[in-house]
Design a binder for this molecule. Structure first.
Ligand code: PEP
Ligand code: MG
Length: 578
């Protein structure tokens, strides 16, 4: 049987299924007397404390084993425990309805789940799973039931679960878990970010995989295509075993590329940078032999926090990355989130369509103090002149000018305080809206560089929500409309002498590497794991061949035909990379 899901983490795994089915618990309603209310509340508080201590311990472990970004997820878990919707409401149900704590907690979980699942926002729906994970922990402590521990797994198995949580991921040992598949999960699930960091193949969003697989079944997890085979036929198994061997061999060869330059056969140099989300990831630059950091998504610094970070905290964070990779350069993108993500701190209202709402540079211009604090931190960290600033979600000249005015104001403040910083700090923008593309020549006059954000450019141009599974078939970087935009950005930048790079996911997909080179792109930024495969393609091609390919693709103009041309070319020159 073959099931299709979402490709969450690349690679192929073949092995026996290990089903994680948590024993369902049964919650009984007990009516209690006035005198018992105190006791039930005290049981609840103790359970919360136990779980809180557990989270703190796990946070420390994750921090040492996987890095600070992932450890931060436990801050979010800690916040859920203290959230009034969760904490106060459970106490309220105990007191007002005079019921036992387990029943009160279940009532509150059901209420939260119902409210969140009505929201038309995949990110928020993923957050329900976090709330459920936390509530589940508290409930099991109350019921005295041990949680199934993934640490107990000693054979090399493929995990099959309805939903895994970040707290489970900590217990996954790479030696024992060859991959995992889940019924639930979308592209923004925390567990997906973790799977990539662990480099374990994973497919999520399979809906009914736990109902189709029995313990011990042989399964193939294809994390490249988002496909799972259950008890596959001999032919398919043979094919995948071959692919897996090839993938292992290729990975070994690819590691050898780390210290080799990204230069084409004809001698054209290409810049390969990495995207990072946390300062602890700065080491990725050396690990994968990249030129520097092409995109630091600073918004993660603002999430899961009860208070907004101050200038000093921002400065220290950026300085640690800048120093670590010096003399390599880092492009720091200013906050790129919707107001709703930090609404508690800003007092902002919920928006029906946050991707088109008060986010990115709009948020910064609406809350200048928030923006200024970040700019102060960035400028102070720029002393060694290896930091660039980049504004996200730009739609017009005015936004750049307004942002730059604030930047100048902040520079003036630092001058008054006698603080050193890079006075000629380079300022660029993300080109990720159709409005920016259509006015590229004028925008070029305002900035030092562009970075093409294909993730949003595709979303806004093709009118396709980048987080939606239902319309993901329309999300196509190889669409002629997108390619024409990319061509326009590159030529517009070149004519104006403005540097141009690409930091959207497309930059790390090898099927597009030669095409992008053929369209004139010479600077790419991607997740660390993509650097070696892209470098391999670059070293095996020449600009002449790439231009010829780009010519064919652009002349064809048909989406299906384009992908056919690119796939044929990829098979001919690259084979299967994984
Ligand atoms: C993009 O939009 O392509 C991009 C790189 O930014 P993000 O994915 O953070 O929106
Ligand atoms: Mg973007």
């Amino acid at each position: 049987m073959k099931l299709n899901g979402i490709a969450a983490s690349p690679g192929i795994a073949i092995g026996r299924a290990y089903l994680i089915s948590e024993e369902p618990y049964c919650v009984i309603k007990r009516n209690i007397g006035e005198s018992q209310i105190k006791k039930e509340i005290s049981r609840f508080r103790k359970a919360i404390q136990t779980v809180d201590i557990d989270f703190k311990k796990q946070k420390e472990r994750v921090s040492t084993e996987m890095g600070k970004t992932y450890a931060k997820l436990f801050n979010a878990y800690g916040l859920i425990l203290k959230d009034p919707l969760f904490y106060k409401d459970t106490i309220k149900v105990i007191t007002e309805e005079r019921v036992n704590v387990e029943y009160a907690l279940q009532t509150v979980i059901d209420r939260i789940t119902k409210t969140f699942s009505m929201l038309d926002d995949e990110y928020m729906r993923d957050r329900i799973r976090d709330v459920q994970d936390v509530a589940n922990r508290v409930m099991r402590v109350l019921l005295g039931q041990e949680k199934v521990s993934l640490k107990e797994i000693h054979n090399r198995v493929a995990l099959v679960a309805h939903a895994l949580h970040p707290s489970d991921a900590v217990e996954i040992k790479k030696e024992n878990v060859i991959g995992f598949v889940m019924d639930a999960g979308g592209k923004t699930s925390h567990i997906v970010i973790m799977a990539e960091s662990l480099e374990i193949p994973a497919v999520v969003g399979l809906k009914r995989v736990t109902r189709e697989i029995s313990p011990g079944d042989l399964i193939i997890i294809d994390g490249n295509e988002g496909v799972v085979y259950i008890n596959p036929e001999t032919e398919i198994l043979k094919e995948y075993r071959q692919r897996k061997r090839k993938q292992a061999k290729l990975r070994k060869q690819l590691i050898a590329l780390r210290d080799k330059p990204a230069v084409t056969k004809c001698g054209e140099k290409v810049e390969l940078n990495v995207n990072i989300e946390d300062s602890s990831e700065a080491s990725v630059v050396r690990q994968y032999g990249a030129s520097g950091v092409g995109l630091y998504r600073t918004e993660f610094f603002y999430l899961n926090k009860s208070d907004l970070p101050g200038e000093e905290e921002i400065y220290k964070n950026l300085k640690s990355v800048a120093d670590k990779i010096f003399p390599a350069k880092i492009t720091v993108r200013t906050i790129d989130i919707g107001a709703e993500k930090i609404s508690t701190q800003l007092g902002a209202k919920h928006e029906g369509n946050p991707f088109m709402g008060l986010r990115g540079v709009r948020l910064c211009l609406a809350y200048p103090e928030l923006f200024k604090t970040q700019l102060r931190g960035i400028l102070r960290a720029s002393e060694k002149k290896n930091i660039h600033i980049m504004y996200p979600m730009i739609t017009g000249v005015k936004e750049i000018r307004s942002a730059n005015l604030i930047l100048e104001e902040v520079k003036g403040e630092l001058d008054k305080r006698g603080i050193e910083y890079d006075r000629d700090i380079k300022v660029g923008i993300m080109v990720e809206t159709p409005a920016a593309v259509m006015n590229i020549e004028n925008l070029a006059k305002e900035v030092d560089f562009f970075s093409i954000g294909t993730n949003d450019l595709i979303q806004y141009s093709l009118a396709v929500d980048r987080t939606s599974g239902a319309v993901s078939y329309l999300y196509n970087p190889g669409s002629i409309s997108i390619l024409r935009m990319i061509e326009k950005i590159i030529s517009g930048a070149r004519e104006s002498g403005c540097k141009v790079s690409m930091c959207g996911e497309m930059a790390g997909e090898t099927i597009f590497t030669e095409l992008l080179l053929g369209l004139g792109l010479r600077s790419f930024s991607m997740s660390g794991i993509a650097v070696h495969p892209v470098k391999k393609v670059i070293r095996g091609t020449s600009i002449g061949e790439c231009e010829e390919l780009a010519d064919r693709v652009m002349k064809s103009g048909e989406n299906e035909e384009i992908m056919k041309i690119l796939k044929e070319r990829q098979e001919k020159t690259q084979g299967k990379l994984y």
